[in-house]
Design a protein around this ligand. Structure first.
Ligand SMILES: Cc1ncc(COP(=O)(O)O)c(C=O)c1O
Length: 406
């Protein structure tokens, strides 16, 4: 609090715009922490939430069920890649992934097979709970907690130039440890700095895991619901995960909800005559009916041709921008994946603590654009309702940083 600038006092939102108490308007270029899909206060979602709040606001999700959770399960499960047969609800991204990890660990425990080692990508991010910090491995962000984190084996991600190294490391890990699961952000590591993977190599890593019977867990909390083009980043891959975790965009950005889906094979190892084999995990707001209603309303919008067209248009505009600026000497990289545009600026401290971050943030705020760089990495990840003119205004503000004094 001592070093941060005063927060923006946002009182309302409409489409891609956030409005402050004094009426100032900011263009939300990052979908409010990657959650918003169709724009702020979308009337269709708001209506469904209001209706649900008057019908059933909440009921415990143990020993009870409600229609919105059932409808959501029925509608969303067939959308996932692979053969996802079951869904488990929670209430945010960290818990969705934590559930995935716990399912993988208990899957082997229930069978009496001593597979316990967890593999994950170096510099991954899966959330801020102790479990998810540990799952990502030790890094500068979680240093105060190192003594309290369980061990994982960290693999070099298959980024450009590291493909063979990544493959070597996973093969070595698989041959030296009794590996329970491999947890990964598919195709793009978000918090690490929007770092893309080579899809072919990622597929080979997954194939190695499958060969050894190791469960794979895709954390699609950031990439899910169309951010990378198709509905899920895992669709870029031939090998589907056994477990897939989503949150953020699932409700269109209105309410917290997490979901972890798994194959029927995984589920069968919990479906037993003894409660000890059940997956004993729950949160008070698990599968909250209003959150589920919001998710259903968001799906109504997401699955339209018009939404797909908007996503494609964003991708196309990003492409044109990349073509024009990718060789700029101020940039280490300028690339795009689906609706995400990424620019990495050259800087002495090329990391999250880079001072260029604050200059960039201020530059955009002064132009009424909300972009929140990850250190020296600037990214645009807009709600799908963003207009061509709004996107152009973001591009122009970025161009000023390249041609100007930042
Ligand atoms: C890939 C990934 N996993 C998990 C999380 C954690 O989600 P939440 O902030 O909802 O706990 C995030 C958040 O940014 C994320 O990007």
């Amino acid at each position: 609090m001592k070093t941060a600038a005063p927060p923006l006092p946002i009182v309302s939102g409409k489409g891609s715009t956030l409005i402050t108490s004094s009426g100032e308007r900011f263009l939300d270029g990052i979908s409010s922490w990657w959650v918003n899909l169709h724009g702020h206060c979308h009337p269709h979602i708001a209506d469904k939430i209001g209706k649900q709040a008057r019908e059933l606001e909440h009921v415990l999700f143990a020993g009870c069920i409600h229609p919105r959770a059932e409808e959501l399960s029925d509608r969303i499960l067939p959308l996932f890649p692979g053969n996802m047969g079951k869904i488990f609800y929670s209430d945010n991204g960290s818990t969705a992934v934590e559930v995935g990890l716990k399912i993988a660990i208990q899957y082997w425990y229930n069978q009496g097979i001593p597979k316990t080692t967890i593999l994950s990508f170096r510099n991954g991010y899966h959330g801020d709970t102790l479990g998810m910090m540990a799952a990502a491995g030790k890094n500068e962000f979680n240093r105060p907690f190192w003594n309290h984190m369980f061990d994982v084996v960290s693999i070099t991600p298959p980024t450009k130039g590291n493909e063979e190294q990544s493959l070597r490391e996973i093969k070595e890990a698989l041959s030296h440890h009794d590996v329970a699961c491999f947890l990964f952000e598919p195709l793009m590591q978000g918090v690490a700095g929007m770092i893309p993977h080579c899809p072919l190599t990622l597929d080979r890593l997954l194939a190695e895991c499958k060969k050894q019977g190791v469960l794979t867990i895709a954390d699609e909390v950031m990439t899910g619901f169309g951010r990378t083009g198709p509905l899920f980043a895992s669709e870029h891959l031939a090998n589907s995960p056994d477990i897939l975790c989503v949150s953020k965009g699932i409700t269109g950005g209105f309410l917290p909800l997490g979901a972890t889906v798994c194959t029927r094979d995984v589920y069968e190892h919990f479906h037993a005559n003894t409660i000890q084999k059940a997956f004993l995990h729950g949160h008070s707001y698990t599968a909250n009916p209003i959150a589920c209603a919001s998710a259903l309303a968001s799906l109504d919008l997401l699955l339209t041709d018009s939404c797909e067209k908007k996503r494609k248009a964003i991708g196309k505009a990003h492409h044109t921008f990349v073509k024009k600026w990718q060789m700029h000497p101020k940039l280490i990289r300028c690339e795009t994946l689906g609706t995400i545009l990424v620019l990495e600026y050259r800087d002495e401290a090329a990391n999250y603590f880079s001072s260029i971050r604050d200059s960039l943030y201020t530059h955009f705020i002064q132009r009424n654009i909300l972009l929140r760089p990850l250190g020296n990495v600037l990214y645009v990840l807009p709600p799908y309702c963003i207009t061509g003119d709004e996107l152009t205004s973001i591009y122009l503000a970025i161009e000023e940083t390249l041609e100007g004094s930042i």
